[in-house]
Ligand binder design. Structure first.
Ligand SMILES: NC(=O)C1=CN([C@@H]2O[C@H](COP(=O)(O)OP(=O)(O)OC[C@H]3O[C@@H](n4cnc5c(N)ncnc54)[C@H](O)[C@@H]3O)[C@@H](O)[C@H]2O)C=CC1
Ligand SMILES: O=C(O)[C@@H]1CCC=N1
Length: 275
């Protein structure tokens, strides 16, 4: 095998494109990436970047070292069962990015004895700022674990969890997490406009503040609670905003939202799985 494994993406929607974009901008050769989706005309932009594209999932995964399963969870069973013969012949490493769907279900649909890494990524993979939680089933060799970690690290932070159930929590934190921050940004932009800023100024200040706070927290040894206290001057302005968030139980809102997210992931595993 050359330095870069051959990757086949089954499904080329938002998440697959974010990972593909992150890999390519990190120097992963486009001609080592394939993508399949039923409407091949929708893959023209990927083809123009040098990817092999196909409407045939089996063709795309032929002789691939890693097959990334990136269709909607609801499609998994129907999409995976026709791949079982190729899977038995080629024995690639499968990486599933689906929320909820267990490695046991995936293994069963692929005919059994398959090496499966479950990855919960997020869309900032596109800008190499992703956060991936990984879990490997018992058929994954150490070399395949290393390979999965190497490939996904090119899209951002990559951490392993020891228990598959922990992926529900990973989904609630980082898989779905970008949406929470986007929602918070939307609310800040709207509030800033109500206070008289133009949409453009409100947006630029909000986004730069989000970036600055995240970058500062990442680069600092000081925890976010202390960094927050350092913005709050006694009897100053920030304190009033923080009091307002606390009086409205921001922590309970976040806890409830993340519980709802993880619960849906657990429910999807039961609803869509064959375990
Ligand atoms: N969007 C996100 O932020 C995240 C998504 N995920 C997971 O990624 C997976 C994909 O989600 P999205 O990219 O958001 O969905 P999407 O709807 O954007 O992409 C799904 C893709 O699958 C393709 N597809 C449909 N039927 C197919 C078939 N029979 N064979 C091959 N391809 C087929 C569609 O054409 C589409 O390109 C899901 O399992 C989701 O749980 C995980 C983490 C984050
Ligand atoms: O909303 C979803 O189901 C997917 C999984 C994590 C983020 N997006």
């Amino acid at each position: 095998m050359s330095q870069h494994p051959t990757l086949a993406f089954i499904g080329a929607g938002n998440m697959a494109r974010a990972i593909i974009g992150g890999l390519i901008s990190n120097g992963f050769p486009a001609d080592k990436i394939r993508a399949s989706s039923p409407t091949v005309s929708k893959l023209a932009d990927l083809a123009s970047q040098g990817l092999f594209v196909s409407a045939n999932n089996n063709e795309a995964m032929l002789s691939a070292d890693i097959v990334v399963l990136a269709v909607k969870p609801q499609m998994f069973k129907a999409v995976l069962q026709p791949l079982a013969i190729t899977a038995a012949k080629n024995k690639p490493l499968f990486i599933s990015v689906a929320a909820g769907i267990t490695s046991d279900s995936i293994n069963q649909w692929l005919g059994g004895n398959q090496a499966i890494v479950r990855c919960m990524p997020n869309t900032p993979a596109l800008v190499k700022m992703g956060a991936n939680g990984l879990y490997a089933n018992s058929h994954v060799s150490q070399a395949q674990r290393d390979q999965a970690e190497r490939v996904l690290s090119a899209t951002g932070l990559t951490l392993w969890v020891e228990q598959e159930e922990q992926l529900h929590a990973v989904t609630a934190v980082s898989g779905s997490g970008p949406a929470y921050y986007f929602l918070f940004m939307e609310a800040m932009i709207t509030a800033a406009q109500k206070q008289g800023l133009t949409k453009e100024v409100a947006t630029q200040l909000t986004l730069q503040t989000a970036r600055g706070a995240a970058e500062m927290a990442l680069l600092s040894d000081i925890d976010p609670a202390e960094l927050r206290r350092r913005v709050c001057s006694p009897n100053g302005t920030t304190e009033q905003a923080v009091f307002s968030f606390q009086a409205n139980h921001l922590d309970t809102l976040v806890d409830n939202a993340m519980q709802a997210c993880a619960s849906r992931s657990i429910e999807m595993a039961k609803e869509l799985g064959d375990d």
